[in-house]
Design a protein around this ligand. Sequence first.
Ligand SMILES: *Cc1c(COP(=O)(O)O)cnc(C)c1O
Length: 412
Amino acid sequence: MTAILDSPSSILVPTASLREIIEYMQERQLETELIHRGEGAAPQASPLTTPIYETTTFLFESAAEVRQFAEGKSDKFLYSRYGNPTVAAVESKLAALERAEAAIVFSSGNAATACTVMALAQAGDEVLCSAAVYGGTFHLLKDLLAQFGITIRFITLEELNDAQTSISDRTRALWFETPTNPTLRCVDIRAVAAACRARGIISVLDNTFASPINQQPLTLGVDLVMHSATKYLNGHSDVTAGAVAGPREIVDKVNRVRRMLGPMLDPAAAYALGRGIKTLAVRVERQNANALALARALEKDKRVQAVHYPGLESHPDHAVAKAQMSGFGGMVCIDVGSLERAEQCFDRLQVFQRAASLGGVESLCSLPVLTSHWGYTEEALARAGVTPGMMRFSVGLENVNDLIADLQQALS
Ligand SMILES: *Cc1c(COP(=O)(O)O)cnc(C)c1O
C-alpha cells in the first residue's frame, strides 16, 4: 500500500496509526470539500414549492436501510429512473386531477402510449384502436408495436359506438379519443367503457383534447386515462411530457414497463409541468369561453362553410358532449371550402400562429390535410370526415376580440 495522499501531507504512510488517520480526516482536503460540502437536503428549509431534485441517485444511511428497500419495505427513493420527488409531486397532482388512485408521467405522450400498450398486451393479443386517433398513436401502434406480435385493429367511429361486436377473445384493450382530431366528434364514453367492462377488456382514453378540467373519463367508467401533457396540462408550449392515470393495479403494470424502458420525465421538466398544471383550471376555463365565442362568431360568417365545435347546438354530437363534458374545450375547426382558400387564410393570420400542437396559452392554427392527415387518399380523408378546406384552431388566452378580428381579416 502506498500513501493515501502524496501531497500536501506526508503523514498518511502505511505506518500511520488509526488515531492519526482519524485525526487527519477531521479536516478534509479542498478536492473532497468541493464535491461533498453543502450537498443534499437542507433540513432547516421548508420550501413552499417542491424543489427540482436534480439528482440521479439517493443516499442510504446503512446496509440495513438498503436491505429494507430491497425487501420492498421502504418508501425511500433509490434511483431517478425508478422515481424522483419532483416527478412524484406532479404525479400526485395528476392523480387528483383525473380522480385516479395513481398517475405516472413520461418523457412524452407517445412514451406513455407505448408503455401502456406494452403493459396491457403481448404477442398474440389484439388491441382495438379507434381510427380517429392522433397520428403519432396510429403509427406507433401500426408500424412499431405490431412488429412485436401485437395485432392492432383500427375501428371506425360507428364500430366504436357498438364496441362489443368488435371485441374478440384475443382483445385485451381498446384505445380511443374524444373529442377527435380535427372534426371534434364526440364518442359516448360511458357506452364504450361499459362495453369493454362487459367483455373484461381494458378501455383506455386519450384525454388530451378535453383536458381533465372538461372531462373525467375515470368517473364515466373508463379504466385508464392517457395524456400528452405537452398540450393543455403543461399549457405553455415548452415541455414535452406524457401521463397515464387510473387504478393503482393497472398503473403499476404500466410503471413496470416504464422502469425498464426508461422514458422518465426529467426532474426539471417535471417541475415546469407541475408549475403549468397549477393554472390549468383557470386557463381551460378561459380557453373554453374564447373558443365558444369564436365558434359562435364564425358560425354567423357566410365565408365559412362549416364550424365544428362540440359546444355549438349545430354540432352532431352536441348532446353526447353535454352529457359527459363540463366544458367544450379550446379546439375549433372550420371549413373554408378548399385547400387553396385555407392556405390563403392561413398565410394571412397575424395573431394566430402557424404551428402544430395545441393547448398552450398561444392561439395556433394548423391545416389538417398538410399535417395530421398528410398523405391520406381522398377516400381515407372522407372516412375520417376531413375536408381539404379545414383549418384547425387551438384557442389560447389572448383577448377574444383580437382573435375574432384576426380571423375576420384573414377570411376577407
Ligand atoms: C400530441 C398528442 C399525442 C402525443 O403526445 P407527445 O407528447 O407529442 O408525444 C397523443 N395524443 C394526442 C391527442 C396528442 O395531441
